[in-house]
Structures are given as C-alpha cells and as structure tokens.
Design a protein. Structure first.
Length: 365
C-alpha cells in the first residue's frame, strides 16, 4: 500500500497520544463539575469542555472512513460498533442509576433509567450512543459520497446532512427542558467534527500538506481563540438577552472552531510523537502514560464515573482564589490522575474475563 493508503506508525501513535490527552481532560472536567462542583465558570473548565470530545469524534471519523484502492468510499458495517458502543451503554447505565444515589455526589443526575434515557447527556453516557448513531448516519452518507467525484460536492453533502440534523434537533429535542431521547442535539453538535475526520482521511495528502504549511498553526490559533470566545462566553459577544441567537450562531461557528482545534492539536502532538516513538527512540514516561490512556480510553470513559467522589469542600477555597487557572488545574489534574489509576486497575481485571470485557468494556479480544 502507498503512504496515502496506509498511515505510518507515528501517525497511529499520535492519535493514541491525542486520545490519551483527551480522556485525561474528560476526567479532569468531571472532577470539576461532579466532584468539586460550582466551578463551571472557570476558564479551564470552559476550555476543557470545548476540546476533549471533538478530538474523539474527529479520530472516530478518521478511522471510520474506509476506502477502496481507487479511493472511493466503502460503507462500514455496524455489528462491531454495536458490540463496542451500545452493549456497554445498555449494561452500565442500569448499574449507574443503582449506584448513583449511594455515591454522595451532589450532581443533579438520574436515579432511574427513564430519566437517564430521556435526558440530553444520559448522565455522562451519551458518547457511546451518539458515536453509534454517527456511524449509522454515515452508512447512507458513504453511499452518496461514493457517487460524487468532486470534493466540493462531498462537502456539500456533509453540510446538508448537518443542516438536516439541526432541523431534527429543533423539531424533536427540547434541550432547555433536558429532553432528548434520540440524542439529536449532541449528534448535531459533534457531527462536523466526525465529518472533518472522515474528509481528513479521504484527502490525506492535502490534510498533511495543510498541517505542514507555513502560517497554518498561527492562523488556527487566532481562529480558535476568536471562535472559542464566542462559544464559551456568548453573553459577552451577543448580549444576555439573545439566548436563541447564541444557540444558532454557535452551531454555525463551532465547526470552524473544531477545525482549527484539530490543526493546533495535531501540529503540537505529531512532532512529539515522532520524537518519542521514532525508530530508535526510547519513549518517556509521560508519552507512554498518555499512549496507555489512549489505548484504554473507552474503558476509562465507561467506568471512571464509579470512582468519582465528593470534593465540595474545595469549592470555597478555589472561589476565594478567583477560580485561578493554576490551582484549579493542578487540583483537578491530581485527582483525575488518581481516579484514572484506580479505573485502569478495574479495566485490566475485567479484561481477564471475555464476558465482562464485552459487557462492560465493549471489547472481546
């Protein structure tokens, strides 16, 4: 296979590193919102919120794309995705609603399955369901993309699909009321990140050329800073009385923010990956740690909620420091490191049995 068809080893490594960093940020975010609580206005939380999940959807889209030797789209199957994503969702969510009332966490989450399935965020377990729906949506789209030759036409199809998802969300989801059985709001929110991943793999040479072009990183930084501010602090930009306007403008500019985010993340992580995992390199402890987290990211995501614990006593001291970036980041990172360590031990224990590995981790090897 040519380089265009088969990514080199360091590219796999840099995706593992990105997934490792992203899952660490996921746990950090949950430490802030579910353990400490009351600090959603902190800059570090707003930054984490806009970074971690788009990276997962981009990488998922990148690897969901399959091509023939002629670089035409191949429609993927869903059986593996169902076992990997939906089965753990169906098994773990009943366990969670039984455990949550005894967790002493003060988060306003569900203590019964109907409330969990009705909610937008599914008590945090939305990702696996959303990603499965994303792959199911991609199946008919891939059939359409096979028949379109021009890049502009392919992008138009994906943009049209995004528009349809937004329309369905408006018609059938009540986000302010926290009612979204089908997860349409999050499907619409993260579809552009998934689609960008698909097209980045399809246009692999152009994507690599863009990453290495002089000035790309600087432009991406400026674009991300501007769009992030608009999305994270909409009342400062659009006014406090324009809530509906915020929502639709956010849907329009979020894909731009995500695209610039991916350029920044990959531009930073790829050289690190090449240095750490080159042919004669000896990876550092930090690189090996984040690669490990990347390899085990799904298991960490599925199980770490059970090891969150109340830290509300830290609210007032951190607020008195004005939600300072360094103290909050160090605190959240330290707690996340411990929670991930315990979670990994449980993941490895569950993997020793094929049944528990399938039901709770979505793996069967």
């Amino acid at each position: 296979m040519t380089e265009f068809e088969k990514p080199q080893r360091h590219r796999i490594e840099y995706f593992d590193l990105l997934k490792g960093i992203a899952i660490f940020l996921v746990v950090m975010g949950h430490v802030i919102t579910m353990c400490i609580r009351g600090l959603d206005a902190a800059f570090i939380f707003k930054l984490i919120e806009q970074v971690h999940m788009p990276i997962f959807f981009f990488i998922s889209g990148y690897f969901t794309y399959k091509a023939s030797a002629e670089r035409t789209f191949i429609t993927p199957g869903l059986k593996k995705r169902f076992l990997q994503l939906v089965v753990p969702f169906l098994v773990i969510t009943p366990m969670w609603v039984c455990y949550f009332p005894h967790s002493k966490l003060l988060s306003p989450l569900s203590d019964n399955l109907p409330d969990l399935y009705r909610s937008v965020w599914k008590d945090g377990y939305w990702f696996t369901l959303c990603l499965f729906e994303m792959c199911a949506l991609y199946m008919p789209l891939s059939l359409m993309l096979q028949r379109i030759k021009s890049v502009v036409g392919k992008v138009a199809v994906l943009m049209a699909a995004y528009g349809v998802l937004i329309s369905l969300m408006v018609c059938f989801a009540d986000v302010p009321g926290n009612v979204d059985y089908a997860g349409l709001s999050l499907l619409a929110r993260f579809f552009p990140a998934f689609a960008i991943g698909v097209m980045a793999h399809h246009l692999h040479q152009g994507y690599q050329a863009l990453l290495h072009r002089s000035g790309t990183f600087a432009v991406a930084l400026v674009v991300f800073a501007g769009t992030f501010y608009c999305v994270a602090y909409p009342w400062d930009v659009w006014g406090a009385d324009s809530a509906e306007l915020w929502a639709f403008i956010s849907l329009a500019i979020t894909p731009v923010m995500h695209f610039s985010l991916f350029i920044i993340a990959i531009t930073l992580v790829m050289p690190w990956s090449e240095k750490e995992f080159g042919p004669e390199a000896k990876p550092s402890v930090v690189a090996r740690y984040f690669r490990l987290l990347g390899n085990e990211s799904l298991g960490i995501y599925l199980l770490h909620y059970f090891f969150l614990f109340p830290l509300t006593g830290l609210q007032d001291p951190l607020k008195e420091m004005g939600l300072a970036f360094v103290p909050l980041t160090v605190t959240a990172a330290s707690v996340a490191f411990c929670i991930i360590g315990v979670t990994l031990l449980v993941v490895y224990a569950l993997k020793r049995n094929k049944i528990t590995a399938l039901l709770l981790l979505g793996t069967w090897k």
